[in-house]
Design a protein around this ligand. Structure first.
Ligand code: FNR
Ligand code: LAC
Length: 346
């Protein structure tokens, strides 16, 4: 891919290269894909109210998440099965994140093991599905601690898999799950693996159980209401991640960006707030930060960039997002991340 200028360039290039079944898995959403599209559309509907005559000569994009410094308030969301997109799999994306100084979240369902991903260095968090087998779940947590992961991201919007019709038509890709080699059959489809690995019975009691097994801070990913955000904090969450799983789970949910303010207000500073879903521009990142998110995560765009050129592709995509964010902040009159305010977005 020659001279990518924005993230859509990676998408166009990747679409032409990927096998139809893999592309369906990557791009698909649940049912009518209303939420999938709404995530992007809601960002495009936002309008900005910039402030002028503020010295923006030295943009400062640095921030922190859970007490750790990051170079840009952007992160890589957990996505399963990077082998489908590039031979270097998760290691490529994790290395690009480490070089960029941003967090990388490894999926429970990664192609390579969490220990192999750890070789990339950098700030890594572990996404956790609470599995039906709690012993295996606990073992995964202990492995993450041993491998230097700094937080658990517990995904709570997936008690069952959403009905993704593109996958139902083409079949979901047959893969291996390196973190789960003790129980996962070689070449199991993602849909079958999810049925076994995801526990539909989990409740807030299981969050309390998880908390009792580890001192790692945890983030609940897939919160879409102020009420659940408050419960998350009451059950010990250090952060709440506003997500609708990229429109892959429950359809007809609002765009994530439209729920950030409600969650921020419900928490009133008691925990950090993150958001993902439909972020395609540094400008979208600025909007998320202005509305009160502390970090904004990317899902599919990373997989497009990974498909195009492995680590180099992801690094290039991250540089573009950073440049777009710096440009947006300067034009908004916000030299520092903390200068982005809710009043700047309508
Ligand atoms: C995901 N997502 C996801 N989330 C999670 O908690 N564990 C996982 O294993 C996966 N796997 C996964 C695979 C693929 C192919 C996609 C596209 C997404 C959801 C992901 O973390 C994130 O919430 C969304 O992708 C964000 O939306 P965008 O950026 O893709 O629009
Ligand atoms: C997905 C699951 C694995 O969205 O989170 O495909």
């Amino acid at each position: 891919l020659d001279n990518p200028v924005n993230l859509y360039d990676f998408q166009t290039h990747a679409r032409a290269r990927l096998d139809p079944q893999v592309l369906a898995y990557l791009e698909g959403g649940a049912l009518d894909e209303v939420t999938l599209h709404e995530n992007e559309q809601a960002f495009l509907r936002k309008r900005l109210r910039p402030r002028v005559l503020r010295d923006v000569s030295t943009p400062d994009l640095t921030s922190t998440v859970l007490g750790r410094s990051i170079a840009v308030p952007v992160g890589i969301a957990p996505t399963a099965q990077h082998h489908l997109f590039h031979a270097d799999a998760e290691l490529a994306a994790a290395r690009a994140a480490a070089s960029a100084g941003i967090p990388f979240v490894g999926s429970t369902m990664s192609s390579i093991s969490l220990e192999e991903i750890a070789q990339a260095g950098g700030l890594r968090w572990m996404q956790l599905y609470i599995q039906q087998d709690r012993v295996l779940t606990e073992k995964l947590v202990q492995r993450a601690v041993a491998a230097g992961y700094k937080a658990l991201v517990v995904t709570v919007d997936t008690p069952v898999l959403g009905r993704r019709e593109r996958d139902l038509r083409l079949g979901s890709p047959r893969q291996t799950y390196a973190n789960l080699d003790d129980i996962s059959a070689e070449g199991e489809t993602l849909a079958d693996a999810a049925k076994r690995l995801i526990d539909p019975r989990i409740t807030w009691d299981d969050i309390d159980w998880l908390r009792s097994t580890t001192s790692l801070p945890f983030v609940l990913k897939g919160i879409m209401t102020g009420a659940d955000a408050s419960l998350a904090v009451e059950h010990g969450a250090a952060a709440v991640w506003v997500s609708n799983h990229g429109g892959r789970q429950l359809d007809r949910l609002p765009a994530t960006i439209d729920m950030v303010a409600e969650v921020v207000d419900a928490l009133a500073g008691r925990a950090e707030v993150y958001v993902d879903g439909g972020v395609r521009r540094g400008l979208d990142v600025a909007i998320g930060l202005a509305l009160g998110a502390r970090c904004v995560f990317l899902g599919r765009p990373i997989l497009y960039a990974l498909t195009c050129d492995g680590e180099r592709g992801v690094a290039a995509a991250l540089r573009i997002i950073e440049a777009e964010l710096a440009n947006a902040m300067a034009l908004l009159g916000a030299p520092r991340v903390a200068d982005l305010e809710r009043s700047m977005v309508v």
